[in-house]
Write a protein that binds this ligand. Structure first.
Ligand SMILES: CCCCC/C=C\C/C=C\C/C=C\C/C=C\CCCC(=O)SCCNC(=O)CCNC(=O)[C@H](O)C(C)(C)COP(=O)(O)OP(=O)(O)OC[C@H]1O[C@@H](n2cnc3c(N)ncnc32)[C@H](O)[C@@H]1OP(=O)(O)O
Length: 182
Protein backbone atom coordinates (compact mmCIF):
# COMPACT_ATOMS: atom_id res chain seq x y z
CA UNK A 1 0.00 0.00 0.00
CA UNK A 2 1.27 3.48 -0.85
CA UNK A 3 1.32 5.76 2.18
CA UNK A 4 -0.56 9.05 1.91
CA UNK A 5 1.82 12.04 1.76
CA UNK A 6 0.49 13.33 5.09
CA UNK A 7 2.15 10.33 6.78
CA UNK A 8 5.71 11.47 6.07
CA UNK A 9 7.54 13.59 8.61
CA UNK A 10 8.49 16.05 5.87
CA UNK A 11 5.87 18.79 5.66
CA UNK A 12 4.04 18.72 2.32
CA UNK A 13 2.85 22.30 2.54
CA UNK A 14 3.77 25.53 4.29
CA UNK A 15 3.30 25.18 8.05
CA UNK A 16 1.60 27.49 10.50
CA UNK A 17 4.53 28.84 12.54
CA UNK A 18 4.74 27.49 16.10
CA UNK A 19 3.72 29.82 18.93
CA UNK A 20 5.31 29.52 22.34
CA UNK A 21 2.44 29.54 24.86
CA UNK A 22 2.44 32.62 27.15
CA UNK A 23 2.48 30.28 30.18
CA UNK A 24 5.33 28.14 28.85
CA UNK A 25 8.19 27.57 31.32
CA UNK A 26 10.97 30.14 30.83
CA UNK A 27 14.04 29.14 28.82
CA UNK A 28 16.47 27.34 31.12
CA UNK A 29 13.71 25.79 33.27
CA UNK A 30 14.32 22.12 34.02
CA UNK A 31 11.03 20.39 33.27
CA UNK A 32 9.53 17.97 35.78
CA UNK A 33 8.82 14.39 34.75
CA UNK A 34 5.33 14.28 33.17
CA UNK A 35 4.73 10.86 34.78
CA UNK A 36 6.83 9.28 37.52
CA UNK A 37 6.71 5.81 35.91
CA UNK A 38 7.53 7.02 32.39
CA UNK A 39 10.22 4.75 30.93
CA UNK A 40 11.95 7.82 29.49
CA UNK A 41 11.73 10.51 32.20
CA UNK A 42 10.17 8.88 35.28
CA UNK A 43 12.24 8.96 38.47
CA UNK A 44 10.37 5.88 39.79
CA UNK A 45 11.11 3.69 36.78
CA UNK A 46 13.82 1.23 37.88
CA UNK A 47 15.62 0.95 34.54
CA UNK A 48 14.29 3.94 32.59
CA UNK A 49 16.41 6.58 30.90
CA UNK A 50 15.80 9.24 33.59
CA UNK A 51 16.03 11.72 30.77
CA UNK A 52 16.00 15.32 31.98
CA UNK A 53 14.56 17.99 29.68
CA UNK A 54 15.06 21.73 29.81
CA UNK A 55 13.00 24.43 28.12
CA UNK A 56 14.93 26.25 25.42
CA UNK A 57 14.23 29.51 23.60
CA UNK A 58 11.42 29.77 21.01
CA UNK A 59 9.81 26.34 20.73
CA UNK A 60 12.85 24.21 21.53
CA UNK A 61 13.74 21.67 24.20
CA UNK A 62 17.04 20.15 25.23
CA UNK A 63 17.41 16.80 26.94
CA UNK A 64 20.14 14.65 28.44
CA UNK A 65 20.48 11.05 29.45
CA UNK A 66 23.35 8.78 30.36
CA UNK A 67 23.34 5.37 28.71
CA UNK A 68 23.58 2.52 31.24
CA UNK A 69 23.85 -1.25 30.98
CA UNK A 70 20.03 -1.38 31.16
CA UNK A 71 19.87 0.31 27.75
CA UNK A 72 22.08 -2.05 25.75
CA UNK A 73 21.29 -3.78 22.47
CA UNK A 74 24.71 -5.10 21.48
CA UNK A 75 27.13 -5.46 24.40
CA UNK A 76 28.29 -2.03 25.47
CA UNK A 77 26.13 -0.16 22.95
CA UNK A 78 22.75 1.54 23.28
CA UNK A 79 19.80 -0.20 21.61
CA UNK A 80 18.39 1.74 18.64
CA UNK A 81 14.87 1.51 20.07
CA UNK A 82 16.07 3.08 23.30
CA UNK A 83 17.66 5.92 21.33
CA UNK A 84 14.38 6.44 19.46
CA UNK A 85 12.69 6.59 22.88
CA UNK A 86 15.06 9.37 23.95
CA UNK A 87 14.30 11.31 20.76
CA UNK A 88 10.55 10.73 21.17
CA UNK A 89 10.61 11.99 24.75
CA UNK A 90 12.59 15.12 23.87
CA UNK A 91 10.29 15.87 20.93
CA UNK A 92 7.23 15.20 23.12
CA UNK A 93 8.57 17.74 25.59
CA UNK A 94 7.67 20.45 23.07
CA UNK A 95 4.12 20.02 24.45
CA UNK A 96 5.29 21.87 27.57
CA UNK A 97 5.98 24.95 25.47
CA UNK A 98 2.94 24.65 23.21
CA UNK A 99 0.60 23.55 26.03
CA UNK A 100 -1.23 21.19 23.72
CA UNK A 101 -1.75 17.49 24.45
CA UNK A 102 -0.29 15.46 21.60
CA UNK A 103 0.87 11.95 20.76
CA UNK A 104 3.58 10.70 18.44
CA UNK A 105 2.16 9.78 15.03
CA UNK A 106 5.40 9.18 13.20
CA UNK A 107 9.06 9.13 14.19
CA UNK A 108 11.77 8.85 11.52
CA UNK A 109 15.24 8.24 12.94
CA UNK A 110 18.70 8.37 11.38
CA UNK A 111 21.37 6.53 13.35
CA UNK A 112 24.67 8.19 12.47
CA UNK A 113 27.14 7.10 15.17
CA UNK A 114 27.03 4.29 17.74
CA UNK A 115 26.24 5.35 21.30
CA UNK A 116 28.27 3.49 23.96
CA UNK A 117 27.23 2.64 27.52
CA UNK A 118 28.55 5.30 29.91
CA UNK A 119 28.19 8.17 27.46
CA UNK A 120 25.81 11.08 27.90
CA UNK A 121 23.63 11.91 24.95
CA UNK A 122 22.63 15.57 24.50
CA UNK A 123 19.38 16.02 22.64
CA UNK A 124 17.71 19.02 21.11
CA UNK A 125 14.19 19.23 19.61
CA UNK A 126 12.63 22.05 17.63
CA UNK A 127 9.03 22.55 16.55
CA UNK A 128 8.78 23.42 12.86
CA UNK A 129 5.06 24.26 12.89
CA UNK A 130 1.55 22.95 12.39
CA UNK A 131 -0.65 21.67 9.58
CA UNK A 132 -4.08 21.33 11.22
CA UNK A 133 -3.70 18.86 14.11
CA UNK A 134 -0.30 17.71 12.87
CA UNK A 135 2.78 19.15 14.61
CA UNK A 136 6.07 18.73 12.72
CA UNK A 137 9.36 18.71 14.60
CA UNK A 138 13.00 17.76 14.28
CA UNK A 139 15.53 16.51 16.80
CA UNK A 140 19.24 15.85 16.96
CA UNK A 141 21.32 13.84 19.44
CA UNK A 142 24.99 14.60 20.04
CA UNK A 143 27.84 12.87 21.83
CA UNK A 144 30.52 15.34 22.92
CA UNK A 145 29.26 17.74 20.25
CA UNK A 146 29.30 15.17 17.41
CA UNK A 147 25.98 14.35 15.79
CA UNK A 148 24.97 10.74 16.53
CA UNK A 149 21.23 10.82 15.78
CA UNK A 150 18.70 12.82 13.83
CA UNK A 151 14.93 12.52 13.84
CA UNK A 152 11.92 14.01 12.11
CA UNK A 153 8.50 13.56 13.64
CA UNK A 154 4.81 14.20 13.31
CA UNK A 155 2.84 14.55 16.53
CA UNK A 156 -0.96 14.70 16.44
CA UNK A 157 -2.84 17.02 18.79
CA UNK A 158 -5.45 15.07 20.76
CA UNK A 159 -8.15 16.08 23.23
CA UNK A 160 -7.14 15.54 26.89
CA UNK A 161 -9.78 12.76 27.03
CA UNK A 162 -7.45 10.67 24.82
CA UNK A 163 -5.40 9.79 27.92
CA UNK A 164 -8.47 9.01 30.03
CA UNK A 165 -10.09 6.83 27.37
CA UNK A 166 -6.98 4.91 26.35
CA UNK A 167 -4.76 4.95 29.43
CA UNK A 168 -4.97 3.66 32.98
CA UNK A 169 -4.33 5.65 36.18
CA UNK A 170 -5.86 8.72 34.54
CA UNK A 171 -9.09 10.33 35.60
CA UNK A 172 -10.74 13.39 34.13
CA UNK A 173 -9.61 15.17 37.29
CA UNK A 174 -5.91 14.46 37.10
CA UNK A 175 -5.84 15.06 33.34
CA UNK A 176 -7.22 18.48 34.13
CA UNK A 177 -4.45 19.01 36.69
CA UNK A 178 -1.92 17.79 34.18
CA UNK A 179 -3.22 20.30 31.68
CA UNK A 180 -3.39 23.35 33.90
CA UNK A 181 -0.45 22.58 36.15
CA UNK A 182 1.84 20.16 34.32
C1 LIG B 1 -3.49 16.17 28.83
C2 LIG B 1 -3.16 17.68 28.76
C3 LIG B 1 -1.70 17.93 28.43
C4 LIG B 1 -1.46 19.40 28.17
C5 LIG B 1 -0.07 19.64 27.64
C6 LIG B 1 0.71 20.37 28.63
C7 LIG B 1 1.93 20.03 29.03
C8 LIG B 1 2.65 18.88 28.48
C9 LIG B 1 2.93 17.90 29.57
C10 LIG B 1 3.54 16.80 29.35
C11 LIG B 1 4.09 16.33 28.05
C12 LIG B 1 5.53 16.20 28.20
C13 LIG B 1 6.27 15.30 27.65
C14 LIG B 1 5.74 14.25 26.73
C15 LIG B 1 6.84 13.31 26.49
C16 LIG B 1 6.81 12.31 25.68
C17 LIG B 1 5.74 12.10 24.72
C18 LIG B 1 5.73 10.67 24.22
C19 LIG B 1 4.68 10.63 23.20
C20 LIG B 1 4.31 9.23 22.86
O1 LIG B 1 5.11 8.35 22.79
S1 LIG B 1 2.64 8.95 22.54
C21 LIG B 1 2.56 7.17 22.34
C22 LIG B 1 2.71 6.72 20.93
N1 LIG B 1 1.66 7.20 20.06
C23 LIG B 1 0.42 6.71 20.07
O2 LIG B 1 0.08 5.85 20.84
C24 LIG B 1 -0.54 7.26 19.03
C25 LIG B 1 -1.50 6.19 18.58
N2 LIG B 1 -2.34 6.71 17.51
C26 LIG B 1 -3.49 7.37 17.77
O3 LIG B 1 -3.93 7.51 18.90
C27 LIG B 1 -4.21 7.94 16.58
O4 LIG B 1 -3.88 7.26 15.40
C28 LIG B 1 -3.93 9.46 16.41
C29 LIG B 1 -4.39 10.23 17.67
C30 LIG B 1 -2.43 9.72 16.12
C31 LIG B 1 -4.74 9.98 15.20
O5 LIG B 1 -6.06 9.51 15.33
P1 LIG B 1 -7.35 10.48 15.26
O6 LIG B 1 -8.53 9.59 14.98
O7 LIG B 1 -7.40 11.36 16.45
O8 LIG B 1 -7.09 11.43 14.05
P2 LIG B 1 -6.89 11.18 12.47
O9 LIG B 1 -6.59 9.75 12.16
O10 LIG B 1 -8.07 11.80 11.79
O11 LIG B 1 -5.58 12.06 12.19
C32 LIG B 1 -5.58 13.46 12.47
C33 LIG B 1 -4.54 14.09 11.55
O12 LIG B 1 -3.25 13.54 11.90
C34 LIG B 1 -2.68 12.86 10.77
N3 LIG B 1 -2.03 11.63 11.24
C35 LIG B 1 -2.57 10.65 11.98
N4 LIG B 1 -1.68 9.71 12.18
C36 LIG B 1 -0.54 10.09 11.57
C37 LIG B 1 0.73 9.50 11.41
N5 LIG B 1 0.99 8.32 11.91
N6 LIG B 1 1.66 10.17 10.71
C38 LIG B 1 1.38 11.38 10.19
N7 LIG B 1 0.20 11.98 10.30
C39 LIG B 1 -0.76 11.33 10.97
C40 LIG B 1 -3.85 12.54 9.87
O13 LIG B 1 -3.40 12.43 8.53
C41 LIG B 1 -4.76 13.73 10.09
O14 LIG B 1 -4.26 14.82 9.37
P3 LIG B 1 -5.28 15.71 8.47
O15 LIG B 1 -6.42 16.06 9.38
O16 LIG B 1 -4.48 16.89 8.06
O17 LIG B 1 -5.65 14.81 7.35
Amino acid sequence: MIEPPSRTATPQRELEPPVRHPDAPAPGTVLPSHYENCVACGPSHPTGLRLVSTAGPDVTITGEFTVTRDHQGAPGLAHGGVLALALDETLGGLAWLLRKPMVTGRLETDYIRHVPVGTTLSLEARCLGFAGRRMYAKAVGRLSGRVALRASAVFVVVPPEHFVEHGTDMTAENVHDYEVNP
